[in-house]
Design a protein. Structure first.
Length: 157
């Protein structure tokens, strides 16, 4: 009891070492459980935000796909009007289809070329560097062995 305040101190001073260790262990376990719960809540919040973002991005992609279809349709009608075709409406659509086919062929060719140049996906530069490092270490090992044998024979460096 401290003089003047009238409050009796806690009984913690009267506890044994075993009780103190058990209490610290319980509090540490409780702290770990609370940290895990906090991490779970944080992860759930982030997953929820990611799911919402993915859903909105998917909707944007769908709208973009429809917009592209309407853009192509509009382009076909524009070509048809520019050519002043009244009887064969399909000409504008045929030209747009041909342009799309040409772009698809170009994209396919570029994709094929880039995929062939990147295949197989082996780290060639890293492998070459590892071989050079191994050769250098081997050469240094041989050099150290020669120095050690020279010292054993009593020759000066």
């Amino acid at each position: 009891m401290t003089p003047g305040d009238g409050i009796k101190p806690d009984d913690t001073a009267d506890k044994g070492l075993g009780e103190i260790v058990a209490e610290v262990s319980d509090k540490a376990s409780q702290l770990v459980r609370e940290e895990i719960e906090l991490a779970k809540a944080e992860i759930q919040e982030k997953i929820s935000k990611l799911a919402k973002g993915a859903a909105v991005a998917t909707a944007a992609g769908v709208f973009l796909g429809f917009m592209f279809a309407f853009l192509l349709h509009t382009l076909a009608w524009l070509i048809n009007d520019a050519l002043d075709v009244t009887n064969a409406i399909w000409i504008g659509f045929g030209i747009v289809t041909g342009l799309l086919l040409l772009l698809a062929a170009l994209a396919g060719y570029l994709a094929s070329r880039w995929l062939r140049s990147g295949s197989p996906p082996t780290p060639d530069l890293a492998i070459e560097e590892a071989k050079r490092t191994a050769e250098q270490l081997e050469w240094q090992g041989v050099e150290r062995d020669q120095v050690g044998r020279t010292l054993e024979k009593g020759e000066a460096l």
